[in-house]
Design a protein around this ligand. Structure first.
Ligand code: DGL
Length: 276
């Protein structure tokens, strides 16, 4: 990448990855804000969910995905996954100090600022909720606010299959959300990129008085800022998006059509098949 001159580097794609299709909710925000950027999206669906894997496993996998994206010429990397951020953002920044690496974490700070009841609910994966980064987030921004957490068991698997509103899914959502509402939460953080696709179903269940917050748009803005800072913004010309998956290509295609109303065939990710 260093051999490219500045204008060639600017034309290089942005690499985005997630444990699966959840990061498409971030990709959507990036496209809206940066319409001329080409994108490479890696869905590690063969290994989803990350939420119940160890931090070491997720770190190893994230570094492999980062390696692949760099090989594809990515000028920046977006970790479109809260769980992978907690496990791997530091290691990735150490490995590639010259590449802008944009990461994400549950929106506890804006939620604490928005709650009127003084109670915030956080729906996230087991891995995110158990991480040191999440504990630090609560220490820094959760003071003076009661933060009630709930692991969204089973939700990632449903979204991976393109299920965002079945009866079964709604029952599961109700079981996750009821305890948050009973505690009085008037703001709920969608702390996993997959859950953003459940926003409508969640809003229907919790009612209009409860505000839902996610960080997709903030991540896109942060990416734009980092690219601008390094004069890497692509401000004109056509763009394209290439998709890669470690899961079933047909399922990805169907889920992409369901979630983004887009027709595209993914390639199969040529990285190790063993999650060890
Ligand atoms: N979409 C991811 C997140 O934001 C990970 C979900 C998972 O695979 O458990 O946390």
């Amino acid at each position: 990448m260093s051999e490219l001159d500045e204008s060639e580097l600017t034309r290089q794609p942005i690499g985005i990855f997630d444990s699966g299709v959840g990061g498409l909710s971030v990709l959507r925000e990036i496209r809206a804000l940066l319409p001329h950027e080409s994108l490479i999206y890696c869905a590690d669906s063969g290994y989803a969910p990350y939420g119940d894997k160890s931090q070491a496993q997720i770190r190893k996998r994230s570094l492999e995905l980062g390696e692949f994206l760099i090989e594809q010429g990515a000028k920046a990397i977006v970790i479109a996954c809260n769980t992978a951020t907690a496990a791997a953002a530091t290691a990735m920044r150490e490995r590639w100090p010259d590449v802008p690496i944009i990461a994400m974490e549950p929106a506890v700070k804006p939620a604490a600022a928005a709650t009127k009841a003084g109670v915030v609910g956080v729906l996230a994966t087991v891995g995110t909720l158990a991480s040191a980064q999440f504990a630090a987030l609560l220490d820094n921004f959760g003071q003076g606010t009661r933060v009630v957490t709930r692991p969204g068991i089973g939700l990632v698997e449903a979204v991976e299959q393109g299920d965002v509103d079945s009866e079964n899914l709604r029952g599961r959502l109700r079981r996750h959300l009821t305890p948050l509402l009973e505690e009085g939460a008037d703001v709920i953080v969608l702390g996993c990129t997959h859950y953003v696709f459940l926003r409508e179903s969640i809003q229907l269940l919790v009612g209009d008085d409860v505000r839902l917050i996610d960080t997709g748009r903030a991540v896109a803005r942060q990416l734009a800022h980092k690219l601008e800072e390094r004069q890497l913004l692509q401000v004109a010309g056509p763009r394209d998006t290439r998709y890669w998956t470690s899961g079933n290509a047909k399922v990805f295609q169907q889920t992409l059509a369901r979630l983004l109303r887009e027709v595209a065939s993914p390639s199969v990710l040529p990285i190790s098949r063993v999650f060890a």
